[in-house]
Design a protein around this ligand. Structure first.
Ligand SMILES: NC(=O)c1ccc[n+]([C@@H]2O[C@H](COP(=O)([O-])OP(=O)(O)OC[C@H]3O[C@@H](n4cnc5c(N)ncnc54)[C@H](OP(=O)(O)O)[C@@H]3O)[C@@H](O)[C@H]2O)c1
Length: 177
């Protein structure tokens, strides 16, 4: 069982800009449509667990649903998701240990955790096993931070680093325990 993060961040550690914008993630020309390991990552994941705000952002995109795995939306305020997401996404709430127990019982063992607050809440309880972080060489100056305060240090070991398009640095870390 593992909980993984796969995320794009600015040099100053933001995952969206002050207006919630994500255009900067695609600011490096990508003529060959590299996917930066996304498809291979999704292949080894059983389910996605995302914060409600990330769900709202993804569902506002004018494109096909990007996930090939079941998506669970963390929310303590929503009571239902639009019908269009039936069979694609479901709400989940409660403590993270209850959330994980429910998902593991359903056979979802390899989880992709997405969204700033969602990732931070998992990190606070030392529940993140690996992070694949792609850094875009831009300073956003503000926005949604990837990381926040933690109760203690949390060490990770380096697994590998790839440079894409001579601009984006993708580093894979594994929790050192
Ligand atoms: N650059 C990237 O790769 C990337 C990736 C993902 C997201 N993003 C961007 O990040 C932004 C969203 O991130 P965010 O940090 O604002 O919010 P988020 O983590 O997506 O969502 C936070 C919401 O999730 C719900 N939640 C329920 N239980 C939670 C728990 N245990 N821990 C955390 N959240 C819980 C809460 O919703 P309720 O208030 O309904 O209870 C909370 O307000 C969007 O702009 C999105 O586009 C960027």
């Amino acid at each position: 069982m593992s909980n993984s993060v796969y995320v794009g961040t600015s040099l100053d550690g933001y995952i969206s800009d002050r207006n919630g914008g994500l255009d900067w993630l695609q600011s490096i020309p990508n003529p060959d449509n590299l996917d930066f390991g996304w498809a291979a990552f999704m292949e080894r994941i059983d389910a996605v667990v995302m914060g409600r705000k990330t769900f709202e952002k993804v569902s506002s995109f004018d494109c096909d649903w990007p996930y090939t795995r079941p998506v669970f939306v963390l929310s303590n305020t929503l009571t239902f998701l639009p019908e269009a997401y039936e069979g694609k996404a479901a709400l989940i709430s409660g403590s993270l240990s209850d959330v994980l127990e429910t998902l593991h019982r359903q056979g979802h063992r390899e989880l992709y955790i997405d969204g700033g607050m969602a990732v931070q809440s998992f990190l606070k309880e030392d529940l993140i096993d690996e992070m694949i972080i792609t850094t875009i060489p831009i300073l956003l100056g503000g926005g949604t931070p990837l990381f926040g305060e933690l109760p203690d240090h949390s060490a990770f070991e380096h697994v590998r680093t790839d440079v894409f398009l001579n601009a984006m640095v993708q580093t894979h870390y594994r929790r050192k325990k």
